[in-house]
Design a protein around this ligand. Structure first.
Ligand SMILES: [Zn+2]
Length: 449
């Protein structure tokens, strides 16, 4: 492929948003130049006022393959990602069978993914009870880091870990130099709260919300920070839902602890007060909390307490959402949002005075850094992979089933009016998504450094 130029009045670069041409040669960005500097004879695509963002990176996706392909899979998840402006996703180690807790499971995942992906991908490994000896082999085999649960994740093959298990695993983790991603909720406060809710009507969202109190997150974060002080590993808190943890996170950072934090579009968009009775498509863990908390999370992003926004895309078959009876207790928790995350975030961000530069930092640069792929992904800059999302920031649309591209068109965003449309997605210079359609070529591959 010869060089080509992608032009826009709004190219989102690390130096700011400006009129520019992104000169692409092969897989990589050769230069970011002024449109007047495009070499004569170079084919050009001018997107005029539509912005060019760095391809988004989602470091929190449940692809569920192999083993639970009736929930989701590499083909559908990576298509949904491409439609959402993502060019790389990192798969969580659970919900697939086997879980990615040993090298043979990683190899099984690679076999499932081969030749079927629309965007690039990589894998997190899992820390479960008793697999501490697998961590270093998994790191050598190419996982980007490790994930653990402190509370039951809802699938029996991925066991939650307690402090003794962590103490057994952390020395190996430290030797890998990779981050530990933690689902930070402790079972104690959840069990205590739930005991007092037996007689509640569980078709009410409030019953579920009260069963997973802020204290469960807070206690888990306290535990992880104290282990962080003792062992000195890179700690990452996944899907922070409570703003009440800001104080201890700030204190830990001031002490020099290496801790990063993510939240998700649903915590920044929805509020518990407006979740309808029986609407189990809104169930996730930790839960969507109140409106006051939502606004505090936005302040956390502004102040840099929260580093990034990732989807926690976690679909399941419609039957598992228990939609006829609307029971929040037995419904599967998890939201599917890969195709919608950018418009959801932009709709909310622009209303609060943020820019596309903020979006690029939260949804591309920072997740790329977490996953250790920031030397090639997450920025529009010379030498980086030519991963680009063309985004019409002014267009509006209503979310319908045809706007979703994951396996089952179930999502809490259905019917919402959102701002911003992904027009095209380029993966390493190749057009993988255009105006609702996909390239035939499965150009995605595993990211290996
Ligand atoms: Zn998750």
């Amino acid at each position: 492929m010869g060089p080509q130029a992608f032009v826009s009045r709004r190219v989102v670069t690390p130096q700011g948003i400006r009129p520019a041409a992104v000169l692409v040669e092969g897989d990589r960005i050769r230069a970011v130049i002024s449109p007047s500097e495009i070499p004569a004879g170079t084919p050009r695509e001018d997107f005029v006022d539509a912005a060019i963002l760095p391809g988004l990176v989602d470091s929190h996706v449940h692809i569920n393959e192999p083993g639970r392909t009736e929930w989701e899979g590499f083909s559908t998840a990576t298509r949904a990602a491409a439609a959402g402006g993502y060019t790389m996703i990192v798969d969580m180690p659970l919900n697939s069978i086997p879980s990615t807790t040993r090298v043979s499971a990683l190899e099984a995942k690679r076999a499932s993914a081969a030749g079927r992906c629309s965007v690039d991908w990589a894998a997190w490994g899992g820390i479960v009870q008793g697999n501490h000896q697998e961590l270093e082999p998994l790191a050598r085999a190419g996982v980007r880091g490790f994930k653990c649960f402190l509370v039951d994740p809802g699938v029996e093959e991925f066991t939650p870990v307690g402090e003794p298990d962590l103490r057994q695993a952390l020395p190996s983790l430290v030797r890998t130099g990779l981050p530990l991603l933690v689902h930070a909720e402790l079972p104690g406060p959840i069990d205590f709260a739930t005991r007092h809710l037996e007689a509640e009507n569980w078709s009410q969202y409030q019953a579920y919300l009260r069963s997973r109190p802020d204290e469960a997150e807070l206690a888990a974060i306290h535990l992880m920070l104290s282990l962080g002080r003792e062992y000195g590993f890179r700690l990452h808190i996944v899907h922070l839902a409570t703003a009440s943890a800001f104080g201890c996170l700030q204190t830990a950072r001031a002490e020099g602890l290496r801790v990063t934090v993510e939240t998700c579009p649903h915590y920044l968009h929805f509020a518990a007060e407006s979740i309808p009775r029986g609407a189990t498509q809104f169930k996730c863990a930790p839960p969507v909390r109140c409106q006051v908390n939502r606004e505090a999370l936005w302040r956390g992003l502004k102040d840099g307490i929260i580093d990034m926004v990732v989807t926690d895309h976690s679909p399941c078959p419609p039957s598992m959402k228990r939609t006829p009876e609307g029971d929040f207790r037995s419904a599967w928790g998890g939201m599917a949002s890969l195709s919608m995350a950018l418009p959801v975030m932009w709709t909310e961000a622009v209303a609060r005075g943020f820019t596309l530069a903020n979006i690029a930092e939260w949804m591309s640069a920072q997740p790329a850094k977490l996953a250790g792929c920031d030397a090639r992904k997450g920025r529009i800059a010379e030498g980086y992979d030519a991963d680009l999302a063309v985004f019409d920031a002014e267009a509006e649309f209503t979310v319908t089933e045809s706007s979703l591209h994951h396996r089952h068109p179930l999502s809490p965003y259905l019917g919402e009016r959102l701002r911003g449309v992904v027009k095209r997605t380029y993966l390493r210079g190749r057009l993988v998504f255009r105006e609702g359609g996909f390239s035939q070529e499965a150009a995605g591959r595993e990211f290996r450094s």
